[in-house]
Design a protein around this ligand. Sequence first.
Ligand code: CTP
Length: 400
Amino acid sequence: MKYRNIIVGVTGGIAAYKTCTLVSSLKKQGHTVHVLMSANAQKFVSPLTFQTLSGQKVYTDMFSTDYEPDVHHISLAKEADLFVIAPASADVIAKIANGIADDMLTTTFLASRCEKLLVPAMNTGMLDNPATQRNLEICRNDGIHILESDSGYLACGDTGRGRMPEAEEIEDAIKMYLCTDRPLTGRKILITAGPTRESIDPVRYITNHSSGKMGYALARAARNAGADVTLINGPVALQPLYGVSTVSVESADEMYQAVMNHYEKNDTVIMAAAVADYRPALVNTQKIKKEDGDLSLTLMRTPDILKEVSSHRKAGQTIIGFAMETEDLLNNARKKCIEKNCDYIIANSISEKGAGFQGDTNIVTIISKDATVSLPLLSKDEAAVQILKHCLSGKKGSKC
Ligand code: CTP
């Protein structure tokens, strides 16, 4: 991604403190960040804070003579690649919906032709008010993107909808709009991620160490490249992905059902999930009490989802599996590719430093009938981009 010009508008709301993290992170990534603050925003966070974090003058006043002569709302608007308002108060949403431009922030917003994103944050009553909902709908119809509020504890003491999503989630949405190269536009991709969880009783379960990070990285990369992405994830502790239709499941059986319900509508299926191969034959309805001596559990096989999808594949569908091995990586992965009738298998080994579960990096080898391509140690995000480029750049995969 190129370094871009981002305007961050801040309006009056306690969530403005989270915008500090957002601005700092965007700046660290090399983007130029101009912060525009409403008068009320300055009551929550000082312009000096944003000036220090962004390394740029903060614009608050339309008519200040402190700015360079060539800096005004029109020049800022022209240079912007993306304009995000976070937090967006009910007041600024109402103004934007009605084309009101009465300060530096709203005039610049009105003059901007770039992608625009509003991140509403307010009390649940204000958010649910028909006027606010009507104004948000007007904004949507005008092509302005809205990042939905989270639910939870609000600063006013209420619990409900209206919390501003964390900076990481806002940044994820920003990244999506900053990507202008969208080679996967028109493609529909189903991706699975994370572990599955197989219940033993109401207290205990069997699972594995998968974090879901590789599957999420693939979903993010596919979304940024313009694909319509459906993500089916097992239990993970990751931020939801903006712009990705997500189905959360727990067990292998639930994942199987979800994949079967969705795979036909997709031209590509990527099974990055670490699906449990076995589940307890019986799930106790009550907690199993300990007794003297050992306990044996009878485990039964779960469906092999990847194999099932491959055997029912539609014409033209590309099927990509993963192989996680501790020994003889390439031979085992090649065998899986053939047995599961995939177009590609992405082999990774947990024995290699920097690869495998939990971490943010991976070392993968892309295996198909014709070729074996080894990638170096990469961040999972970069590995995901390379996998998609290799497997989906126009040509359909050749089955193993
Ligand atoms: N997979 C699946 N359903 C299962 C098990 C695995 O769809 N019940 C998929 C995984 O999502 C992955 C591929 O099959 O894409 C290989 O998974 P892996 O765990 O490496 O291998 P297994 O098939 O489970 O075989 P083994 O555990 O014997 O290595």
